[in-house]
Design a protein around this ligand. Structure first.
Ligand code: NAI
Ligand code: A1CAB
Length: 350
């Protein structure tokens, strides 16, 4: 239960209040995120876009003054990571790189000396193992707590963390497969929880992340997580029943693409190209092709990959011969089955 001196979180509002949005923006800036208009936005996302798009005119002076006064008394959210491994570090570096928060706002609970040194080198405050006192210190130093341990370590972490959660905290789980109900059930009644599935390209500001709000998360929490995630790539909200599919696609997907890049480069090496040039050309080809799907139309809408494929494929040319090999080898089916298998595995992790 909540400690008596702390107030309950505000009930979910139908809209994000102007001041709340102002606070989110003063905390996280306007972000460097790209919004792809072809992907339906939530009300919160539309409001953030509206707030960013609107030019300040004379009638905004009072609003601006009010927001500046609020900002003077407002302390930016402090963000703690329990587990700062591959994905935790990618989020930390993505946020710092985007300038959405400073290392001084971040802290981490770690288990190994190697992780401790790495986090210190990034400028974070570091605490010890979350199950051995680290979660108490981290909770005291954080407003938003990311759970970045493997799903099988979540039980112990949640047990240790739960007594230190107060209404101030927003808990964000990135664990594959672990449902909101399961997270909420192991935290104090009323805890604001958000489930996120990011991916490792977050490290370089190119994440594909999906998120879903728990029962008690507010629209202000939604605005915060959207601003954070979209500062380091694409962020979309989904229904929870879609999270396993997201995990099989974009959560695990970078590994499929790394494998494809490696194999394409191998093919080029077999055909006589030096390894370094083969790898660079393969990676840039994948990156450029992906950008054409995302940006090729020029109006923010997605372009269907089949259309783009046809533009590469000359009659009796080289590409159609390569494509025929891929179809004969079952690449299309293999990718479909890979995403399905990973999504199925995600279902079993919770
Ligand atoms: N690696 C990826 O591409 C993605 C991972 N995820 C999720 O992120 C979570 C973490 O995955 P990875 O970063 O790949 O794993 P990882 O093993 O690289 O990182 C987890 C870290 O948590 C630490 N840890 C474990 N117990 C701890 C404790 N009691 N106190 C403090 N630290 C503790 C470990 O020492 C390790 O450094 C998982 O739940 C996974 O499902 C989600 C999306 C993508
Ligand atoms: O392989 C995994 O389980 C994690 C979740 C998504 C990507 N990596």
């Amino acid at each position: 239960m909540w400690p008596a001196q702390e107030s309950r979180p505000a009930p979910r509002k139908s809209t994000v209040s102007r001041v709340a949005l102002g606070l989110v923006r003063s905390t996280y800036g306007n972000g460097h995120h790209e919004l792809h208009t072809s992907i339906p936005e939530t009300e919160v996302e539309q409001q953030i876009r509206g707030a960013e798009d609107s030019q300040a005119g004379p009638s905004d002076v009072d609003e601006q003054q009010e927001e500046e006064e609020e900002a003077l008394t407002f302390r930016p959210d402090r963000i703690g990571f329990i587990g700062a491994g591959q994905m935790g570090e990618a989020l930390i570096c993505g946020f710092i790189r985007a300038g959405i928060c400073s290392p001084g706002q971040l802290c981490a609970s770690v288990r190994s000396e190697e992780r401790r040194q790495r986090m210190l080198s990034l400028g974070l405050q570091v605490f010890g193992d979350a199950t051995l006192g680290g979660s108490a210190e981290l909770a005291a130093a954080s407003d938003i707590i990311f759970l970045g341990v493997k799903p099988q370590y979540l039980d112990g972490v949640l047990e240790a963390l739960a007594p230190h959660i107060t209404p101030r905290h927003l808990v964000v789980s990135i664990a594959a497969g672990v449902r909101l109900a399961s997270l909420e059930g192991r935290l104090p009644e009323g805890t604001r929880v958000i489930r996120v599935m990011p991916n490792t390209p977050c490290l370089i500001g190119q994440a594909a992340s999906a998120y879903v709000l728990g029962n008690h998360a507010t629209n202000e929490d939604a605005a915060k997580i959207y601003m954070l995630l979209s500062s380091a790539g694409l962020a979309v909200s989904v229904e929870e029943r879609m999270m396993d599919a997201v995990t099989g696609l974009s959560g695990s997907g970078p590994a499929y693409v790394f494998l494809a890049i490696e194999a394409m480069a191998d093919g080029a090496v077999a055909a006589g190209l030096p390894r370094d040039k083969a790898l660079a050309l393969a990676a840039q080809t994948v990156s450029g092709a992906a950008r054409m799907v995302l940006e090729g139309s020029g109006d923010g809408s997605l372009t269907h990959p089949a259309l783009l494929k046809d533009r590469v494929t000359s009659p009796a040319g080289t590409t159609i011969v390569g494509l025929a090999e891929l179809e004969a080898s079952g690449l299309r089916g293999a990718l479909i089955r890979a995403v399905q298998a990973a999504a199925k595995r995600s279902e079993t992790l919770g």
